[in-house]
Structure formats: C-alpha cells, structure tokens
Design a protein around this ligand. Structure first.
Ligand SMILES: [Zn+2]
Ligand SMILES: [Zn+2]
Length: 279
C-alpha cells in the first residue's frame, strides 16, 4: 500500500512562498494498492484533490472518495477535479451517515446561491452515499470507520488496511471534548486508540502547538502533542502531523518536527506530493 499525499493544510488553503515545501492545499490523501496501480480510494476532497488529477495524467478517476466530514476544507476540491469530469469516470462519494440522503446533505452547501451547480451536475459518473460506523470493504481495502469528536458535524476517523500494512486517518479531532486527559490535550479515548492501534502511519490533526492550544481548542482541533501522544499510546510506528494551521510556515513546521526528535515514535509533518510506502 502506498499513500500519495495531495493536500495537508487545515481550514483554508495557504498559498505563498512560506508554504511551498509542505504545501498549501487542504486535506486529501490518495491510497494506492501498489506502485503500478492508479489510486482507487481517496480520503477527503480538499483542494489537494486537483493534484490527483495531475497524477492520473489525463485518465478518468474510477474509485471511491471517502469523506471524514463535510467541512469546506474537505469538500472544496470536488468540483475542481478534472479526473472526475471525464466521460469514463466512476466516482462513489461516501460521507458519514447522519440520517439524511447524502446528495441532499452535500447539496446544502453545494448549490446556488453558495455555488453555481448541484452535486448531481458533477456528471453521470458520480454517485453519492453514506458510510456507517463499523467495518467495510472498499476498493479492495479493509476500512474501519469510527466517530470521533470534532466541532460542528458528525466526523469519522478511518483505519485502512490491506491485510499487510495499515494507517489511520484522523484529520480533524477534538479529544478535549471528552475532558482534559493526562496532559490537558484530551484523553486517549477508545475510538482513537482503536483506529490507531499498531498502525504503520498515524495521520493526525496537528493544527495547534501546545502553547496555542488553551486559547484555540474551542475550534475543534488537536494539539501536536496529542497526535504524538496518541501514536505512542496506540503503538503506531510513525506519526505524520496533518491539517497544518494555515499560517504555519515551512520553517515553523520544521521547528515543530525538530522538537519531537527524541520522541519514541518517529514524527514527521505531512508534505504535499509525498509518496509514502507502507511496509
Ligand atoms: Zn478540516
Ligand atoms: Zn473540520
């Protein structure tokens, strides 16, 4: 299994020279079964989704886009996805089940006057559905979906496995909603531990530094220290900091990673364009 990191930023894109090394596009990670196959599973559809079209080199996308939740930074790439706008494309868009028709729910923010078109106008190749909590087989991968706390709308974290390797994806996570936990950044609760248990890579919300957290935790995101602590507690082999705060520059991200150099779990910051081969 390989991961193609297409977008790493949280909340809103971050263009500009201070952000070119880690990248300014919002959340999107494509999953490849192996080196020679086109990606068929994509997590989230932030503005990074455009990078996947370039990766496909003019071929249509055939596969599933799995959304963790419906905030703008995770959906804004959908109508700007050329690989999903070709005649032969087949795109199954799945969102966390919350008691409403998926297409209608998406259309609340994806329709005039908010946006020129409705979801169904993306093309005949698109379909819309819900994913429930629990275990699923999607595009040949084993997918565990569990609800995790975040602010404003039902949010799932995912654990993806191909039977050999695995990774967890908790892009937006507010564990402090369950209380302060051992270090003040929220408890290592059961859903988070289950998703991250022994994974090769834990991709986790790292929007705030510890110093910022007290004044900004109301926004529904994690401290970097929580992401690293969850990796440690769950026995993850590596932590990839994700959903970088929009103003966080490349140099600041370098400094954050450097600060965890002695961590028992290796820590890196997710960078757009990276290809991660899982053992
Ligand atoms: Zn987000
Ligand atoms: Zn969010």
């Amino acid at each position: 299994m390989r991961l193609l990191v297409c977008g790493v930023r949280g909340s809103t894109p971050a263009p500009g020279p201070e952000f070119v090394r880690y990248g300014g596009n919002t959340s999107c990670v494509a999953v490849l079964a192996d080196e020679d196959e086109a990606p068929r599973l994509v997590l989230d559809a932030g503005t990074g989704l455009a990078r996947l079209s370039r990766q496909l080199g003019g071929a249509p996308f055939v596969g599933t886009i799995l959304l963790g939740h419906l905030h703008w930074d995770h959906t804004h790439g959908l109508p700007f996805f050329p690989a999903g706008n070709r005649a032969e494309c087949e795109v199954d868009l799945l969102l966390p089940e919350q008691g409403e028709d998926a297409e209608e729910l998406l259309g609340r923010a994806f329709s005039p006057p908010h946006f020129p078109i409705w979801p169904r106008q993306l093309g005949d190749g698109w379909s819309f559905g819900n994913v429930k909590e629990g275990e699923h087989e999607i595009e040949g991968f084993h997918v565990l979906a569990l609800e995790i706390p975040h602010k404003g709308g039902r949010t799932f974290g995912y654990r993806i496995s191909d039977g050999t390797s695995s990774f967890a994806y908790l892009s937006d996570h507010s564990p402090v909603s369950f209380g302060p936990g051992p270090e003040g950044f929220g408890p290592y609760h059961e859903a988070a531990l289950t998703l991250a248990d022994g994974v090769d890579v834990l991709i986790h919300d790292a929007q705030h530094t510890a110093a910022e957290f007290a004044s900004r935790s109301f926004m529904g995101h994690s401290a970097v220290d929580y992401a690293v602590g969850l990796g440690r507690e769950a026995g993850a082999r590596r932590v990839l900091l994700f959903h970088h705060d929009p103003p966080r520059t490349d140099d600041e991200l370098d400094a954050i990673v450097e600060g965890f150099r002695s961590s028992p779990v290796p820590v890196d910051a997710a960078a757009e364009g990276a290809v991660i081969a899982l053992a």
